[in-house]
Design a protein around this ligand. Structure first.
Ligand SMILES: *Cc1c(COP(=O)(O)O)cnc(C)c1O
Length: 219
């Protein structure tokens, strides 16, 4: 299935006017599809799988800003530290420490978002509110925590989704009051990005609306 350029232009325009960053989620899609949006001027792309990301980054233009949005395993961090732009799903203290270590080796400061557990489903990774409020965000020399990321429940229940996003925004505001360095709230995907924006998101991660449905998907 082809890239939906019209949809891209429409969403991009809508978000640009509100200063919301669009991360085009290209997981499972070929580099040719990424290049189609690249040629329209798009630079922020999101990937979920380290191996796939590394292979694509090698083949694609170096001014792409790569966002890692998947569940990152400690032993794979070093593969992306040389070039990653933003890691969205940092879901444990252990992972933060490990990213800090690998970033130091690469003489980089790596921007990260902490993933917050907002969905009621058991399977979603992330910090909860109390853990976040207790965390000393400035303690890492080579990791800069720029904000929060969250995923709402996979449900048709719009009220539930809205409540979860509202909850994340509340946590973000509380944490921002303590930590002025925060500036990114990454929430919203193809199915729920409009609700996310209404609830205060300033970065959305959109895949299937732009690139079409995926044949396989692991979160
Ligand atoms: C796959 C994925 C997306 C994009 O999902 P779509 O429904 O295709 O827009 C966004 N965020 C995360 C964390 C993902 O894994």
């Amino acid at each position: 299935m082809a890239v939906n350029k019209e949809k891209y232009q429409q969403i991009n325009e809508e978000l640009r006017l509100s200063n919301i960053t669009l991360v085009a989620v290209s997981k499972t899609k070929p580099v040719e599809d990424i290049l189609e949006l690249y040629d329209l001027g798009h630079r922020d792309f999101g990937e979920n799988y380290v191996q796939e990301l590394v292979e694509k980054a090698e083949r694609l233009p170096k001014d792409i800003r790569w966002h890692f949005i998947g569940h990152l395993q400690s032993n794979k961090i070093k593969l992306i530290t040389p070039f990653i732009y933003l890691i969205h799903g940092v879901d444990s203290f252990k992972l933060l420490k490990e990213i800090d270590k690998q970033a130091e080796k690469n003489k980089r400061i790596i921007d990260c978002l902490l993933q917050v557990h907002i969905a009621q489903e058991e399977t979603k990774f992330g910090f909860d509110e109390n853990e976040l409020l207790a965390l000393d965000i400035g303690q890492f020399a080579n990791v800069k925590i720029k904000g929060l990321m969250g995923m709402a429940s996979l449900t048709e229940n719009v009220n539930k989704i809205r409540t979860e996003f509202k909850h994340l925004k509340t946590i973000y505001d509380k944490l921002s009051a303590l930590t002025p360095q925060l500036s990114i709230l990454s929430m919203g995907m193809s199915a729920d990005y409009k609700i996310a924006i209404e609830e205060g998101s300033n970065m959305v991660r959109i895949g299937s609306l732009l690139f079409g449905d995926r044949n396989y998907d692991i979160k």
